[in-house]
Design a protein. Structure first.
Length: 1050
């Protein structure tokens, strides 16, 4: 890493309190740590040209809100707003041409070589799109700002890629929200890969055909150059994530292939030469570090060092940081595998692994899944140097033994002394600080991770944020804590080591507590990716970073929001103090809970600062001299190496700068001397989330292709007497399937995605049960578009089964309407069977004028509509009783009966599972109880915290054998040290739980494993149903002979 010169700090001034306007930077901005980043999703930020708005074809719930709404012009229009907040860099989502049912975010590439026209104009050419992107870059630079472009190296979408596997061309003259109009199949005669009958296929077959062209998933060698990996599933917690497919619309590229890397680098080098200042690399944790160090990073650095690119950037260093996703509070991912941790990617290789740079060397490798394997297993592939080297590296750096951990003191002071950092082993890739991110429910939690900063090559280059377009701290919801907590987090982010980054809208707590993203089952307006443009309607005159005047409209209210003002002042302070931007740090001699000292020096600058947040701190052993607090202007002359900074108020700070120039910025709600400044914020005068009504939403299609045919006449949805059926209302799916199950039975039978629904017309589907059992109320439903997309999404259980229920995607798992049976009918629930102790029975009649039931030889009991009764109290074990009934509507009379048998209570084994992958507790206990303290539930696991569960991967398990049912019991899972799941959650046999409660997923009691070690691999879902080729997210069991293991597909 190069060193760059800085300007000298201002000298001391002999005054008791000093004030200065320090909006401009002190020191040169030649290091990306000098920047602060504002992250925006281009399509959801600001609509600069309403004529280019368009819908996505899978965005059923997005009405009057086109997913493609913001554009390049909108970004340009609001760069002054971002600069007014004080941010110096803008991170935008990918710009390459995309193709999928929901591709507004840019992560589903179908042509890496071109800019998507939807950011520009419907009539744009490729050249027009390039010019528009160049204009954006130039406008950013004109404001002395920098542009970070999000790029994807790891995957394409599932519609192929123009150079690697050509399938489609996007016809921008058509309605881009209509898949059938805008996605043109490229004939094989013109280099296309799809068969001629593709348009005539059903949606599921179309998806499978596309996938087979890239992954050889139909057991045929179609990807003859091995441009993609051919493995489907993986574990998030080990190196198999380097070669598995992370989602159905993210098809993993063979990043070990020099032909793949060279092509992608060539495409992105074009953007480097246009003047982009840095790359954020998506899904970097799903690429082996060896592939970065051998393939991608050297080529990208070479492009960035070209004279053309350097001139466009103004000779500043090109910056790259990666998303090594690690949803974990530890620096080493979940305390397990070093080579799955963000810190690992900041290092060069310590061993010399062989590497073949000849693209043609892959042509001799035939990697075809076998029908017995179900997927190409990485461990069984041989014959290529790069594969074997990556596999060897995976083994070499697995676990977290001290012998494999690389260490650095680049981020920390030696006493008070700054030392020249040693970047000789730096890979060239910085990272998002996921450990801080996951701990940012509080500033103290985030600050606590610094104890392992030595694991990064240089943690001062970490990009630090609270929440993003994917995650929030230990959560999938936009940050929901109170405003004071937000302010305290920001105070830490802008003063401690790392590069601060804010996700768009955080400055006004935009969409606070809303789900960040749920795909097609949640409207974008109800998510963390909602359209922000309404909040920034208006104008502003900007003279410098965080210096502006003349703000109007909603934009004026947004800029004056308390958190927005807090950010502006923090940006000013950080700009004025080089040590806050790129200094090394130490907590030695700092008594406050959130206090530290930082220093940065070069041949022109010596910057030294003391910081305390949300409380007072005494600093001992510090440099002597005159210190000026940037918050209050207070001056302290230190002669004995000790300074006490008095501070109170959550989020408030003291920032004592050696030889500082004075107070920076104005007091506000969170940064002040004695008391918070009086609030003068005014509500937004106009609508903040306006609808967009002029873009016509196309007649729905769906991502698999094909059209459904309206029946003539349309069939009215109805339920016959005694029929068990459900209904789905969906405006766009060309076909629909249902997967219905409980802990004992799969009611749709066969393999995923279950049984096809009948299309009735007018967007209504119907599924009718053909079995003889009665589907219970605790059964669950997952609907899917022939398996290619589903609702609810992964990890959300299923919809509650209600006979006659009409389901419509949204936030609720309940049906939004229920169709009742027509004609005369009577239903017993349960309809006979065996029971232990007692059995409550519900009898329901419809269409009747009178009805009665009787138990055994007892009297007839009349009822209207419904009645309940209990059997068993006066019955002996082994005894049976017949319940008979009769009902009439005045014209017709129906009768029936059912037999119930009481059986001896036998010991029942209950199995409970706890998914610890998100809570990441060090231990998990199971406590079973009832709110009635005398209830026998309390005897099952004893007193608090209950019994310890047994760890099995991310899952903890407990087996309970009891001769009494646990149906009346509740369960709390806990760590034994203050962390626990929600109260009053019911015990469910085979239930899978998280800290948030019952997931709705079920375990399986047993799989009988044979003795034949040569047996083929078999896959089962957790309902015990065998799956031929699982590709959807979920938990699966793998059986091979007498060996059974668990895998998770996410």
């Amino acid at each position: 890493m190069k060193k760059f010169s800085r300007l000298l700090l201002g000298t001391a001034v002999a005054m008791s309190a000093l004030s200065a306007n320090a909006a401009t930077f002190v020191g040169d901005r030649t290091d990306f740590r000098d920047e602060t980043i504002y992250f925006t999703m281009t399509t959801r930020f600001y609509d600069g040209d309403p004529t280019n708005n368009t819908y996505c074809w899978d965005g059923v719930l997005n009405v009057n809100d086109p997913e493609w709404r913001g554009d390049f012009k909108g970004l340009i229009d609001k760069l002054d707003y971002i600069k007014a907040l004080g941010f110096t860099a803008v991170w935008i989502t990918p710009v390459v041409e995309n193709g999928s049912g929901l591709d507004y975010h840019g992560y589903h590439a179908m042509d890496f070589s071109k800019v998507d026209h939807r950011y520009v104009a419907k009539s744009a050419t490729d050249a027009d799109a390039d010019v528009a992107f160049q204009t954006l870059i130039d406008e950013v630079h004109k404001r002395d700002m920098k542009l970070i472009l999000d790029i994807v190296l790891q995957h394409t979408g599932n519609f192929g890629e123009n150079y690697l596997c050509k399938m489609f061309e996007k016809d921008y003259t058509q309605d881009l929200g209509d898949i059938n109009a805008s996605m043109k199949v490229v004939p094989q005669s013109e280099g296309g890969m799809l068969p001629a009958d593709y348009p005539d296929m059903q949606p599921a077959a179309q998806y499978g055909t596309r996938l087979s062209m890239m992954k050889n998933s139909d057991f045929t060698n179609r990807d003859i150059h091995n441009y993609w990996h051919h493995k489907a599933w993986f574990d998030w917690d080990d190196p198999s994530r380097w070669w598995g497919q992370i989602a159905g619309d993210c098809v993993d590229l063979n990043t070990e292939h020099p032909g793949v890397s060279s092509y992608i680098v060539d495409c992105y080098s074009r953007f480097i030469k246009m003047g982009v200042d840095g790359f954020r690399i998506d899904t970097a944790g799903h690429i082996p570090r060896l592939s970065f160090n051998k393939n991608f990073l050297p080529q990208l650095m070479e492009a960035a060092e070209s004279s053309e690119a350097k001139a466009k950037r103004g000779n500043t260093p090109f910056f790259m940081f990666g998303e090594v996703c690690a949803r974990s509070m530890e620096v080493i991912y979940r305390g397990e595998n070093y080579n799955c941790s963000p810190c690992y990617y900041t290092w060069k290789e310590s061993k010399d692994y062989a590497w073949d740079y000849d693209p043609a060397s892959w042509d001799s490798v035939v990697a075809i899944p076998t029908k017995t394997e179900g997927s190409q297993d990485y461990e069984t592939v041989s014959g290529h140097t790069n594969w074997e080297s990556v596999h060897q590296q995976a083994a070499d750096d697995l676990g977290h033994a001290a012998s494999i951990l690389r260490r650095s003191d680049n981020a920390t002071l030696k006493g008070n002394d700054y030392h020249t950092p040693d970047h000789s082993d730096f890979s060239g890739l910085s990272v998002i600080d996921f450990a801080m991110h996951w701990n940012f429910n509080s500033a103290a939690g985030a600050f606590g991770v610094h104890g392992e900063d030595y694991l990064y090559n240089d943690a001062t280059y970490n990009v630090v944020y609270v929440d993003s377009h994917d995650y929030a701290p230990d959560s999938n919801y936009r940050f929901s804590k109170d405003q004071e907590t937000w302010a305290e987090n920001l105070s830490l982010m802008f003063s401690f080591r790392g590069i601060p980054c804010i996700y768009y809208g955080s400055e006004v707590e935009f969409q606070k507590g809303m789900p960040i993203d749920k795909g097609a089952v949640l409207a974008l307006k109800d998510s963390g990716r909602a359209y922000f443009g309404g909040y920034i309607e208006g104008d502003v005159e900007v003279t410098d970073f965080a210096e502006y005047s003349g703000a109007t409209g909603n934009l004026a209210s947004t800029l004056s929001y308390p958190l927005a003002l807090h950010i502006q002042r923090l940006n000013k302070i950080r700009a004025a103090v080089p040590a806050l931007r790129k200094g090394q740090y130490s907590t030695e001699g700092c008594s406050g809970k959130l206090s530290f000292k930082r220093r940065y020096t070069d041949d022109k600058v010596d910057s030294y600062v003391l910081v305390t947040i949300s409380g007072s701190s005494t600093f001992t052993g510090i440099l002597n001299g005159r210190y000026v607090d940037a918050i209050t202007g207070d001056v302290q002359d230190v002669t004995d190496g000790t300074l006490t900074a008095n501070c109170s108020g959550k989020g408030n700070m003291r920032v004592y700068v050696l030889n500082g120039t004075g107070k920076i910025g104005d007091d506000g709600k969170y940064l002040y001397a004695d008391a918070p400044a009086a609030e003068s914020w005014t509500e937004w005068p106009d609508e903040t989330m306006p609808e967009e009504t002029w873009t016509v939403k196309p007649t729905p299609g769906q991502s698999g292709g094909g059209d459904r045919v309206e029946p003539d006449p349309v069939i009215a949805p109805s339920l016959e007497a005694g029929e068990q059926a459900i209904f789905l209302y969906h405006e766009s799916w060309a076909s629909a399937t249902a997967w219905i199950w409980d802990s004992k039975t799969n009611y749709t039978g066969g393999n995923w995605p279950g049984q096809k629904l009948q299309y009735l017309g007018d967007n209504m589907y119907k599924w009718t049960y053909t079995g003889t059992a009665e589907i219970p109320d605790d059964a669950q439903i997952i609907f899917s578009n022939a398996g290619s997309s589903q609702s609810p999404e992964k990890d959300n259980g299923g919809y509650k089964f209600v006979n006659g229920g009409v389901y419509r995607f949204g936030n609720s798992l309940e049906p939004y309407d229920v169709i009742t049976p027509s004609g005369l009918s009577v239903r017993l629930s349960p309809n006979g069977g065996t029971f232990v102790d007692t059995q409550e029975v519900t009898i329901t009649a419809s269409g009747e004028t009178s009805a009665w039931y009787k138990i055994g030889n007892g009297e007839q009991i009349s009822f209207n509509t419904t009645a309940k009764f209990t059997l068993g109290a006066d019955m002996a074990d082994g005894e049976s009783v017949t319940v008979s009934w009769s009902a009439t509507d005045g014209i017709e009379t129906k009768t029936g009966s059912a037999v119930y048998t009481k059986v001896d209570r036998k010991a029942v084994v209950w199995h409970l599972y706890f998914d610890n992958s998100r809570s990441n507790w060090s231990a998990v206990n199971c406590y079973i109880y009832n709110n009635d303290k005398s209830h026998p539930c309390h005897e099952i696991t004893g007193g608090w915290p209950g019994k310890a569960m047994v760890k099995n991967g991310d899952y903890y398990e407990i087996t309970i054998e009891t001769d009494g049912a646990l149906d009346e019991c509740n369960v709390i899972f806990n760590s034994g040290s203050g962390q626990q799941s929600d109260d009053n959650v019911k015990v469910r046999n085979y239930g899978v739980y998280t800290s948030k409660g019952d997931t709705g997923l079920s375990g399986v009691s047993t799989i009988v494993a044979g003795d034949d070690s040569d047996a083929p691999v078999e896959y089962y879902n957790l309902q015990g149903v065998r799956i031929e080729h699982p590709t959807n997210a979920g938990v699966y069991l793998v059986k091979k002979g007498n060996k059974v293991s668990k895998i998770i597909i996410r």
